[in-house]
Design a binder for this molecule. Structure first.
Ligand code: FAE
Length: 547
């Protein structure tokens, strides 16, 4: 890969130049496939004073799509990522640690883990770890914790891989201004192809010991008269079959997911980012955190300030780079925080009030149930969920609940679920001039509609099975895991904070490309929605703003 320093700035490239460059590299222009996938490795980091045509903040879904489509069109892209590049093994020979033996690699700059299921039998279950730039961040706000991936690949490194297209009627409800024909005919299929989504073989699923928990969860839902669906995943199911057969090293079957997967997962570093890297036009500056973006004093474009971190989280250098165009792909929280700060501190004063508004948690709430001894969920559990309980059409409380693993390595008779509900509450980000940080105004009581919708599903299952909730997993006598979120969405909603394609019109050359565009809810696990919207938006931006 080439760097994107001053020698490759390529500023002012015409559309024709892009196309001819693109044609020259035709061999690497195909959509990313598993065949093209090599791990995306960062080229040299940006240097202080560099000038680049395009800088993308963050290497999650929105950022990765943007980087691929621009580099394919011949535009050099410099990505800046606050987390590390997860390519080097630790002393145990593995890149990532697993959930049963977490070490510093698990969490972003913490001395103790902060697990979503943080209690067991009522006692705290977290462990001491060394402070390190680990892969999972749990960012604490006053009344909620937001889990996010940190590293080259963003959330794709830590998530459950569930690749779910939202229900069309609900997508049309949340984003009525977006042409849904184009989304469902073109951009959702394009996103799924780029992400490497695949489906479990249902015959294998029916007998695989590692999906006992999902079969139990589905059959209990059916007993209660509820509908279940299979959901695609980006984890390679052929690989998982080899894991179970004993012919490949275990990952999903070895308790690996929220602290990263050593094998099997087609995370963005192996799909979109690898394909972008293959163009030779991508550089990634890992362990660099963007701290400010504002119009450049001379020569046009934007000044981007960043801090280079070491793996202890210490700032080892500060750099200032100029970019003609900047794409914010730092995630719902990261992008909203940056832009709210820039507006409040007078560096992007004309940003509209809608920047920082409309944040939601996708109605997330987690819950566990205790099964009887005759309904074991299995001591070996695949960490990639493939089944959901679909009660979205219940007008009194729409709910789509993923049947989640509880990979303890021993039989616990626990059924765990992450429910996605239609919660109408929306919070705002605000700059705190006392701390210099950004607050999120979500209130604890705002999860009540989510609990009510989830209860409509799980009370029914408990009643059909004669079972009860576990009250020991999220605190002492606490049934609902409602103080954290896996699916932060919104903060800079499409068509409100931006135009209909993610442009910030007050600042030509600034764009938003991540989950902050989605208005707080998408009714299913969100990364396919984020990816497809990014595909749609960059196509329009490439056609109109790079001419
Ligand atoms: P994201 O992937 O978060 O990427 C943003 C990137 O920007 C990150 O790499 C950050 O480190 C980086 N960044 C932030 N601030 C800065 C800065 N100032 N300077 C430089 N870099 C910065 O954003 N979704 C599903 O659809 N299916 C699932 O099964 C699923 N499971 C999940 C499980 C867990 C444990 C978690 C935490 C999330 C899960 N999600 C799932 C949610 C999904 O990962 C999330 O919606 C996407 O990752 C969001 O994509 P973005 O592009 O918005």
């Amino acid at each position: 890969m080439s760097g994107t320093g001053s020698s490759t700035s390529g500023s002012g490239l015409s559309r024709r130049q892009f196309i001819s460059r693109a044609a020259a590299g035709a061999g690497v222009l195909a959509a990313p496939t598993l065949l093209t996938a090599a791990v995306a490795t960062p080229a040299r980091a940006l240097g202080n004073g560099d000038r680049v045509p395009v800088l993308v903040i963050g290497t999650g879904y929105g950022g990765a799509v943007t980087a691929l489509r621009l580099t394919q069109a011949g535009v050099p892209v410099a990505m800046v990522e606050m987390g590390r590049s997860w390519t080097t093994p630790g002393s145990d020979g593995k890149v990532f640690c697993n959930m049963l033996k977490p070490d510093g690699r698990s969490f972003w700059l913490r001395t103790e883990t902060d697990q979503p299921v943080g209690y067991f039998l009522g006692a705290p279950y977290n462990k001491s770890i060394s402070r390190y730039t680990g892969v999972l961040d749990s960012e604490h706000f006053a009344d909620t914790r937001v889990y996010q991936g940190r590293g080259v690949g963003g959330g794709s490194l830590v998530n459950g891989g569930m690749a779910v297209v939202p229900k069309r009627a609900y997508f049309e409800e949340i984003l009525p201004q977006v042409d849904s024909d184009a989304m469902y005919d073109v951009y959702f299929p394009r996103a799924n192809a780029g992400l490497g989504a695949n489906s479990v073989d249902q015959n294998w699923f029916n007998s695989a010991s590692c999906y006992q928990y999902a079969r139990v969860g589905a059959s209990q839902a059916h007993d209660a008269g509820l509908n279940t669906v299979f959901v695609p995943n980006v984890y390679s199911f052929p690989y998982m079959q080899r894991e179970l057969a004993g012919s490949a090293p275990r990952s999903a079957l070895a308790g690996e997911v929220i602290y990263g997967n050593n094998y099997g997962k087609q995370s963005l570093d192996k799909t979109y980012l690898a394909a972008a890297a293959a163009t030779g036009l991508l550089s990634i500056s890992a362990l660099h955190q963007v701290t400010a973006v504002y119009p450049a004093a001379v020569g046009g474009g934007y000044t981007v300030e960043m801090s280079q971190l070491d793996t202890g989280g210490n700032v080892v250098a500060r750099k200032t780079v100029t970019a003609e165009k900047v794409f914010f792909g730092a995630g719902s929280v990261g992008t909203s925080k940056l832009l709210v700060t820039m507006r409040a501190t007078g560096r992007l004063p004309n940003l509209p009030d809608a920047v920082g508004q409309g944040w939601g948690n996708n109605g997330n709430v987690m819950v566990g149930r205790a099964n009887y001894l005759w309904a074991p969920t299995g001591s070996l559990q695949a960490c990639m969920p493939v089944k959901g309980i679909d009660n979205w059409d219940d007008p009194a409380g729409p709910c789509f609940a993923e049947i989640s693993p509880f990979p303890a390595g021993t039989e616990l008779w626990i059924s765990l679920y992450l429910a996605i509900t239609k919660n109408p509450n929306r919070a705002a980000f605000s700059f705190n001039s006392t701390t210099g940080g950004v607050d999120l105004g979500w209130q604890a009581s705002w999860t009540e509609p989510s609990i009510a919708a989830a209860k409509r599903v799980f009370d029914r299952i408990n009643s059909a099975e004669g079972t009860i909730y576990r009250t020991d997993l999220f605190g002492v006598y606490r049934t609902w895991g409602d103080d954290f979120v896996y699916h932060p969405l919104g903060g800079c909603v499409l068509g409100q904070a931006t135009d209909l394609y993610g442009r910030l019109p007050e600042y030509p050359g600034l764009y938003i490309t991540d989950g902050s565009l989605v208005p707080g809810s998408t009714g299913v696990n969100p990364f396919v929605t984020i990816t497809a919207l990014a595909e749609r938006n960059i196509e329009n931006v490439l056609a109109n703003d790079f001419a």
